[in-house]
Write a protein that binds this ligand. Structure first.
Ligand code: GLA
Length: 402
């Protein structure tokens, strides 16, 4: 029930994203803990593969795999437990982990001993989306527990707080509901700050009430812009390509979050997963792998660990890419004066076809050097345009520099 209510709101919010060309200037990023998320966070999250079945052992084996596969050295540092770790509360009201997580402090110690960071999940409501214990009425206490355990990242998911806001009560003014929501997010931000532990703050409320316009003011480092992703090309493409227009709200310390990666979960082919990796990097999105890292095949690890593509996501200029005139061409300026350009063949029922990038469409007049970031190949000097055959559902991603 809760899920279906949320999903209908989220669909509206997706439409808002798609048509968001009238967005206002970004509010000053106030109140975030300094230095956090200066580039989009990278890591792994348990939800897309393990859902509420996740265990301590799964998290440890994800941490092991991040190190063994080279992912940590490629930049993936957060190991995030999503929903499903919570039990009830003890007599003093302290949140308890369930029997799948016998010792959070020991788990955190293990993750930290690998040079990684630990993330956790809760809700401003009394219940999380999967029906576990939320933080409602216990915000400061929960923040203190997370800090005591050694948590470095909190995903805070609206879920049952929608009932508290009376979002669907015809007698409730939407402005009142939205102010309550902002208040709830600010409350947890302040609780995190008062622990004096740097804890990256990740809002998850599916894009409701144009969250990108106010999330930095309530201390968010990232905020989900849409409903949940699933492991299908349709879901990934609908979410990813609908981000156009939100670029003005992102920057160092505060990022739009089009949800986690599905790469390696099996519902898409390698071209389509390369599209997710490329598009998310063009969007300066968080890169949170969502697969079982202990069972990664070679195509999956080479997609997740394409360092030339990751460098586009992590570029310190921190500018989210934009879609330019021709709908399949996106451009992202980089800190050294180069530009990343992605050419997508996103209509999957078409054969692979030649697509042409006109340099002037991406603001380049005159010859540029070009490198293909998936072929790992220099292409020499381009003059006016570049024509390339792009596979169905796939992408060609270039770096162009004077
Ligand atoms: C919501 C979120 C998901 C996940 C689940 C957990 O659906 O959007 O990313 O955290 O809750 O229940």
């Amino acid at each position: 029930m809760l899920k279906s209510v949320r999903r209908s709101i989220s669909f509206q919010s997706l439409v808002v994203v798609t048509t968001s060309l009238i967005a206002l200037a970004c509010p000053a990023a106030r109140g975030q803990q300094s230095g956090l998320a200066s580039t989009p966070p990278m890591g792994w999250n348990s939800w897309n593969h393990f859902a509420e079945k996740v265990t301590d052992a799964d998290v440890r084996s994800a941490a092991d795999a991040i190190v063994a596969t080279g992912m940590r050295d490629a930049g993936y540092v957060y190991v995030n437990i999503d929903d499903g770790w919570e039990a009830g509360r003890d007599a003093e009201g302290n949140i308890k982990a369930n029997s799948k997580f016998p010792d959070m402090k020991a788990l955190s110690h293990y993750v930290h001993s690998k040079g990684l960071k630990l993330g956790i999940y809760s809700s401003p409501g009394a219940k999380t989306c999967a029906g576990f214990e939320g933080s409602y009425g216990h915000e400061e206490q929960d923040a203190r527990s997370y800090a005591a355990w050694g948590v470095d990242y909190l995903k805070y998911d609206l879920c049952s707080y929608m009932g508290v806001m009376k979002l669907h009560d015809p007698g409730q003014a939407p402005e009142t509901a939205n102010e309550m929501m902002k208040g709830a997010y600010k409350k947890m931000h302040e609780a995190l700050v008062s622990t004096h532990r740097p804890i990256l703050y990740s809002l998850c409320q599916y894009g409701v009430a144009s969250v990108w316009e106010w999330a930095p003011e309530v201390g968010a480092n990232t905020w989900r812009t849409t409903d949940d992703i699933s492991d299908s090309y349709r879901s990934m493409a609908l979410i990813g390509f609908s981000q156009a227009g939100l670029e003005k709200f992102a920057g160092p310390g505060h990022w739009n979050d089009p949800d986690m990666l599905e790469i390696g979960n099996g519902g898409m082919n390698a071209d389509q997963y390369r599209t997710q990796m490329s598009l998310w990097s063009m969007l300066a999105a968080p890169l949170l792998a969502g697969n079982d890292l202990s069972k990664m095949d070679e195509p999956t690890s080479s997609i997740l660990m394409n360092k030339e593509v990751i460098a586009v996501d992590q570029d310190k200029l921190g500018v989210q890419g934009t879609r330019v005139g021709p709908p399949q061409i996106w451009v992202k300026p980089l800190s050294d004066g180069a530009k990343a350009v992605a050419i997508f063949n996103y209509v999957t029922d078409d054969e692979a076809e030649p697509l042409t990038l006109r340099l002037k469409d991406v603001g380049i007049n005159g010859p540029v050097h070009a490198r293909d970031l998936w072929a790992h190949k220099d292409l020499g000097v381009l003059r006016d345009s570049y024509t390339v055959t792009v596979p169905q559902g796939g992408v060609v991603m270039l770096r162009l520099w004077p």
